[in-house]
Design a protein around this ligand. Structure first.
Ligand SMILES: [Zn+2]
Ligand SMILES: [Zn+2]
Length: 449
């Protein structure tokens, strides 16, 4: 379990100062970061295997979109052998703003050859060990199933490090078992394995490749055959990308070269007005009054409370451009817009009036309320969200006063990190993921940021 529920409604008043949310900070100086960044042009895992340009077209105007975020999403503890990268695109046209489909997310994946067989090998070994233990009538608890391994990729690091000390993004973390993070490339023990041509000098801990060698041939071959089955239904032919000169101009690149776990000031008093809190409490079932005017007031005050909580949380680390926590909880800008209504009931644990969708999602893991993976039909989990600070970075060179007007972009991804249909191990595939955009609320007081 995470030591801190990133939804502060569950953690307020506790002593925690550090959360499991990794904050990314943008800088024009790339330092050691070559992949994770805001803006610029997308760089693919394999430059010869771009996604279909159709996946980067605005659903409204059909124009090609530009990159908001490119993120190195490798999680070797959770998804060993998976080279992952996330992309968030946005349409540049003002007429497309505030419309669904003008911001889209893509997950790119290359699974190292032998990964599925190695996973099966681990599972086989686990089952054998379990059987051996039960034969010996040992009373020790069985090892956790693989699905739980790496659950606390970041959390484990958080526990061991005093608040504000070691920066998990520094190269010093490379030797640590938990040293991998989605912003830093090439610092994980699987990196050599996931490259087509393995380096010769790097010392590599026992890897999937070595485990494959110890695997009985027939078993591996059987799995390999099973794994190739999706190839029978190839994807439609990809649409080529226009030349760079014919694409809309990209935003300037700023690199997510620094990051740290979010720390919250435990001594600062709650800044949400008490009146707003009381109104939210009144909105819980059985406590509300029921009059039309009261309902409206409750609605407005809970909207304010959600935004206030968002603003207060960001204000503690105002430079954060992105918030990252695989399977964590997104910080909602609003609980009353379309995305807020989708995710808020689960995030708060209250006001659950969205019916069976939430319950079904809970039963399968993932982040409740998020639409299921379009690739495999499995649950989706929150992975990253963009904070308003990212807009300032992306629009640093823009002369126009009318900038982007989202409050946050929430990205939900396949919890199982499935590969696109028909893409074999060793090949690069692309799966569209869920981008939940919470647009800036336009109130009487103007823009709120
Ligand atoms: Zn558009
Ligand atoms: Zn999937």
């Amino acid at each position: 379990m995470a030591p801190y529920d990133s939804d502060s409604s569950a953690g307020e008043g506790d002593d925690f100062t550090e959360t499991n949310v990794l904050l990314g900070y943008a800088s024009r100086d790339p330092k050691d970061e070559s992949i994770s960044r805001l803006g610029g042009r997308p760089e693919w895992l394999d430059e010869n295997t771009p996604p279909s340009a159709a996946l980067a077209r605005c659903h409204i105007c059909k124009d090609l979109m530009v990159l908001l975020l490119q993120l190195d999403g490798e999680l070797p503890d959770r998804f060993p052998g998976h080279e992952r990268r996330l992309y968030v695109f946005s349409c540049r046209r003002k007429t497309c703003r505030r419309r669904e489909g003008s911001i889209r997310a893509l997950r790119s994946l290359r699974i190292a050859p032998g990964t599925a067989a190695a996973a099966a090998s681990r599972e086989k070994k686990r089952v054998e060990e379990q059987a051996a233990k039960s034969r010996a009538k040992e009373e020790k608890p069985a090892p956790k199933p693989p699905s739980n391994l790496g659950e606390t990729l970041f959390g484990a690091q958080t526990i061991g490090s005093p608040s504000g000390s070691a920066n998990p993004f520094s190269t010093g973390a490379a030797g640590s078992a938990f040293g991998s993070n989605p912003f830093s490339s090439g610092s994980n023990p699987f990196s050599t394995e996931t490259k087509p041509e393995p380096k010769t000098t790097t010392a590599v801990p026992p890897t999937t490749a070595e485990k494959i060698e110890s695997l009985p041939k027939t078993f591996a071959e059987t799995l390999s055959l099973n794994n190739n089955q999706p190839a029978a239904s190839p994807a439609p032919p990809p649409e080529p990308w226009p030349a760079a000169a014919d694409q809309p101009p990209p935003y300037p690149a700023s690199y997510l070269s620094e990051a740290e776990y979010e720390t919250l000031d435990p001594v600062s008093p709650p800044t949400v007005p008490q009146t707003a809190r009381m109104d939210v409490d009144a909105a819980e079932p059985g406590k509300g009054g029921g009059g039309g005017k009261e309902d409206r007031e409750v609605f407005e005050s809970s909207m304010d409370a959600a935004f206030q909580r968002f603003a207060d949380r960001l204000a503690q680390n105002p430079e954060q451009a992105i918030r990252y926590e695989f399977s964590g909880q997104p910080l909602l800008y609003s609980k009353t817009d379309a995305v807020g209504k989708l995710l808020a009931p689960a995030a708060t644990g209250a006001n659950n009036n969205s019916g069976g969708i939430t319950i079904a999602s809970v039963a399968n893991g993932g982040t409740p309320g998020m639409p299921r993976c379009g690739g495999c039909g499995g649950a989706r989990a929150f992975e990253v969200q963009m904070a308003p600070r990212a807009i300032a970075e992306l629009e640093a060179d823009e002369m126009s006063l009318e900038g982007m007007d989202w409050g946050t972009v929430i990205v939900g991804v396949c919890e199982r990190d499935c590969q696109a249909r028909g893409v074999e191990e060793g090949q690069v595939g692309y799966v569209e993921e869920w981008a939940g955009v919470q647009w800036e609320e336009l109130t009487g007081g103007g823009k709120r940021r």
